[in-house]
Design a protein around this ligand. Structure first.
Ligand code: PRP
Length: 183
């Protein structure tokens, strides 16, 4: 049986820190959109963003709509392939809507560059990005998030939606994965 303890090198971000930061981001998003008399469509990128999205939207004090997209970028390896493909598309139309893309992590930026450009090409009125984690030093293309939970170093992290080979997403905080697990 797999155990969290066997995979975790050390905890990086605690449950309490996540809760506090989500509240701050929710307030910021509320303030930024509350005076726009228009709908905000939140688009979660499956699967990693699910935990962050469900907690974040509860901290936003204006009504929002929610939809999901799934793209492939990594497969089951720890390095980016650079290939982005839509696996599940949106149910909602994006034309003339204010969009907030919600991601768990930005690494090379390839995934979000593709998704943002795709949504703009479909006629979105505005496209902003909220990411739970940001690994700026890994960036290969110029993508900047408007809302960032935490900037983190270039370590393989698991938990709060983030996986290693599909495991560990339900760890309720963020931890650094032991090198021995993937080396
Ligand atoms: C992760 C993450 C982003 C992408 C970031 O997704 O959720 O979508 O990689 O990497 P990039 O900036 O280098 O493009 P992953 O493909 O692991 O899928 P998941 O969300 O289902 O875990």
């Amino acid at each position: 049986m797999k155990k969290f303890e066997d995979a975790i090198d050390y905890p990086l971000i605690t449950k309490e820190e996540i809760k506090k930061r989500n509240r701050e981001l929710g307030q910021q998003i509320t303030n930024d959109y509350k005076n726009k008399n228009e709908n905000l469509l939140i688009i979660g990128i499956l699967r990693g963003a699910v935990m962050f999205l469900t907690d974040l939207v509860k901290e936003i004090e204006i009504p929002v709509q929610i939809d999901f997209m799934a793209v492939s970028s990594y497969g089951n390896s720890s390095t980016s392939s650079g290939i982005v493909r839509i696996i599940k598309d949106l149910e909602e139309e994006v034309e003339d809507k204010n969009i907030l893309i919600v991601e768990d992590i930005i690494d090379t930026g390839l995934t979000l560059k593709y998704i943002s450009e795709n949504l703009k090409a479909r006629g979105a009125k505005s496209v902003r990005i909220a990411t739970f984690l940001d690994k700026i030093e890994r960036r290969k293309v110029d993508v900047r998030a408007d809302y960032v939970g935490f900037n983190i170093p270039d370590e393989f992290v698991i938990g709060y939606g983030l996986d290693y080979a599909q495991d560990y997403r339900n760890l309720p905080y963020v931890a650094v994965l032991k090198h021995s697990i993937y080396e």
